[in-house]
Design a protein around this ligand. Structure first.
Ligand code: TYD
Length: 207
């Protein structure tokens, strides 16, 4: 029995993490074997790479280095954690995956979508999710959420100017058009329970 691989995407402050928690609880209560994980990270090697990328002291990190590190972290995480869980029949809910690199590094850092896709095709060996849920929250609203919660960890990317986040948002909209079968958009500006309900409806349609 093969599990299902579901990823969540969206701009910073889109509320993915809270939505994933609600979805996890719901699916677990329904009897599914669920595993929640996140990128970049989820396992020791990938978490270490994450720390290097997100360190606010690393302002001089080259954009290509950043893209390669995310891809390296992704490869390890996929092979060490996600694929084994899928082989056990689990429903894997992953906070960010390849589309984050396409939007943030490809579009946000201007490395080019095709270039970033190419290094990621190598990293993931063309292994795409069964479903990707794009939590659509406009960048102004997302960033406002990030900075109004003092307890939220702020990383090197959160500190980029609004224009960077606007480009990423446009990048996501482009990805939704490019992969209409795989990426489904939900309105992330509703109350949390309604957003989670929309995510659950999409997930149940593929389970
Ligand atoms: P995180 O603190 O996990 O934020 P969030 O809760 O918004 O996911 O940090 C992830 C950050 O890394 C976020 O700013 C997006 C960025 N990122 C990329 O730029 N490229 C990638 O491939 C991934 C996975 C994340």
């Amino acid at each position: 029995m093969e599990g299902k691989f579901i990823t969540f995407e969206g701009p910073d402050g889109s509320g993915k993490t809270s939505i994933i928690k609600i979805v996890e609880k719901y699916l677990t209560e329904k009897g599914y074997d669920v595993m929640v994980t996140r990128e970049p990270g989820g396992i020791a090697i990938s978490e270490k790479i994450r720390d290097i990328i997100h360190d606010v002291n690393h302002q001089d990190m080259d954009a290509r280095t950043e893209a390669l590190l995310y891809a390296a972290s992704r490869s390890q995480h996929l092979n060490q954690k996600i694929k084994p869980a899928l082989a056990l029949g689990k429903v894997v809910l992953c906070d960010r995956y390849v589309d984050s690199s396409l939007a943030y590094q490809g579009i946000g850092r201007h490395l080019g979508l095709e270039n970033v896709l190419a290094i990621n095709m190598f990293a993931i060996d063309s292994f795409f999710p069964d479903l990707t849920i794009f939590v659509d929250v406009r960048p102004e609203i997302g960033l406002n959420r990030v900075f109004s919660h003092d307890d939220r960890e702020k990383n090197r990317l959160d500190l980029e100017p609004l224009d960077f986040h606007k480009e990423i948002y446009q990048g996501y909209l482009e990805l939704v058009k490019r992969y209409p079968e795989r990426i489904k958009r939900i309105n992330g500006e509703q109350d949390k329970d309604s957003v989670a309900k929309d995510a659950i409806d999409l997930i149940e349609s593929i389970l």
